[in-house]
Write a new protein. Structure first.
Length: 131
């Protein structure tokens, strides 16, 4: 019974076999808190990084992250749903500009983000129509 359920569940799962060691992949940064003022203005994917290994027995991919992200506590293993294969531009000399490096905010010992502060109380508020 459990094997049959696992078979049905695994039919809809992404497989890491489409990626190979040495491939360049974009990483989805939907769960990252970056320095951008609004999430909708942020890049959907972080710049292409190299696949270092495919973890056997699981459907995850290890990616070589830059030192600043790795030192910030960013984990370098991702599910294939969060990856997109990098395809180089087929037209020579027309490479789009590379995106700026991603700066992920990290939590300090107090559990707050470095650029945020804690609000003790709201003193006053004014509701404006249609906002």
């Amino acid at each position: 019974m459990q094997d049959k359920q696992a078979e049905y569940a695994n039919n809809n799962q992404s497989d890491a076999s489409i990626y190979k060691v040495g491939d360049m992949v974009y990483v989805d940064n939907r769960d990252w808190q970056t320095e951008r003022p609004a999430k909708k203005l942020d890049d959907k994917y972080a710049s292409p990084w190299q696949v270092t290994r495919i973890l056997p027995g699981s459907k995850t991919v290890e990616v070589r992250l830059p030192d600043d992200l790795a030192n910030n506590g960013m984990f370098n293993v991702f599910h294939p749903n969060l990856l997109r294969l990098y395809v180089p531009n087929p037209v020579p000399l027309q490479e789009p500009p590379k995106p700026q490096p991603v700066k992920v905010l990290r939590k300090d010992g107090s559990g707050q983000l470095g650029d945020e502060c804690l609000v003790d109380e709201v003193v006053d508020c004014k509701k404006i129509k249609n906002l």
